[in-house]
Design a protein. Structure first.
Length: 228
C-alpha cells in the first residue's frame, strides 16, 4: 500500500469554518429580500446560499421575485452584513486553539471579497494568525465549486495540491477541494456527516478534533466515510 502523502498546507474556508457567519449573513440577506417581497426562511436560505457566490444568491432572490432587484441591492447587503459582523460575529468555537495546534502552514481561501474576509478575521481576532495568507475568489476570478481558487492558493504558497488539505463546510467548497486533488475535511458541527459522503470528504464535528484528524490519529482520520 502506498503511504499517505504528508500534508504541507491547510487551506481554510472562512465563513462557517473560521468565523460563525453563515446564519448571520443569511439572516441579513433574508431581511433585505423581504423588503422586496421575497420570503425565505433561514433553514432554506442556509441550504440555498451557503458557499455560493453572491451573484448566485441574488439571482435566486430575483427568480422568486419575478423581477430584477435594483443595482443598489448588493452594496446595501454588503454594508448591512458588515454592520452585523461588527456587532455580532464570533470565531467558530475552538478554531483559535486548532490553528495554534495543527503544526502545518495554513491560509484562507474564500469566495467572499477580500474586504469581507479581512473584516471577518479582524473582528474575531484571527487576522494576525493569517497575515497576508488570504486568497479571495474575487481576485482570482474563480468561485467554488470550480477548483481554481484552491489551486491558486496552493501555487501561491508553493505547495503541490496533493500535499494540501482543505477545511470546508459547504457542498460547493467540498467539490472544489476534491476537484483540486486535495484532501478535504468537512466541518459539520450540527449537520449530518453523510451529506458529504458521496463527495468523499472526511466529516468531523468539532474544531478541537481537527489537529488530530490532520495528523491521522483519530479513527476515520485517514479515510472518508463509506459512500452511500
Amino acid at each position: 500500500m502506498t503511504p499517505a502523502r504528508r500534508l504541507e498546507l491547510v487551506i481554510f474556508d472562512c465563513d462557517g469554518v473560521l468565523v460563525d457567519s453563515e446564519s448571520l449573513g443569511c439572516r441579513t440577506l433574508i431581511e433585505l429580500a423581504a423588503e422586496y417581497g421575497v420570503s425565505i426562511d433561514l433553514a432554506e436560505a442556509l441550504e440555498l446560499f451557503t458557499g455560493r457566490k453572491m451573484s448566485v444568491c441574488v439571482a435566486e432572490v430575483e427568480r422568486r421575485r419575478g423581477a430584477a432587484v435594483p443595482d443598489t441591492f448588493i452594496p446595501i447587503l454588503r454594508a448591512r452584513m458588515a454592520d452585523a459582523f461588527r456587532r455580532e460575529l464570533r470565531a467558530v468555537d475552538g478554531i483559535r486553539s486548532a490553528l495554534n495546534s495543527i503544526g502545518i502552514p495554513f491560509c484562507v481561501a474564500s469566495s467572499g471579497p477580500r474586504e469581507k474576509i479581512h473584516l471577518s478575521l479582524e473582528v474575531t481576532g484571527l487576522l494576525p494568525l493569517f497575515a497576508d495568507r488570504i486568497f479571495s475568489a474575487y481576485e482570482v476570478g474563480s468561485w467554488k465549486p470550480d477548483p481554481g481558487l484552491f489551486l491558486h492558493a496552493a501555487g501561491a504558497m508553493g505547495v503541490d495540491p496533493a500535499a494540501c488539505a482543505v477545511i470546508e463546510d459547504s457542498r460547493p467548497g467540498v467539490e472544489a477541494g476534491l476537484a483540486a486533488g486535495m484532501k478535504v475535511y468537512a466541518y459539520t458541527p450540527a449537520g449530518n456527516p453523510q451529506m458529504f459522503s458521496q463527495e468523499g470528504a472526511i466529516a468531523f464535528h468539532s474544531m478541537a478534533d481537527l489537529p488530530a484528524y490532520l495528523r491521522g490519529s483519530l479513527d476515520g482520520g485517514t479515510r472518508p466515510f463509506n459512500r452511500i
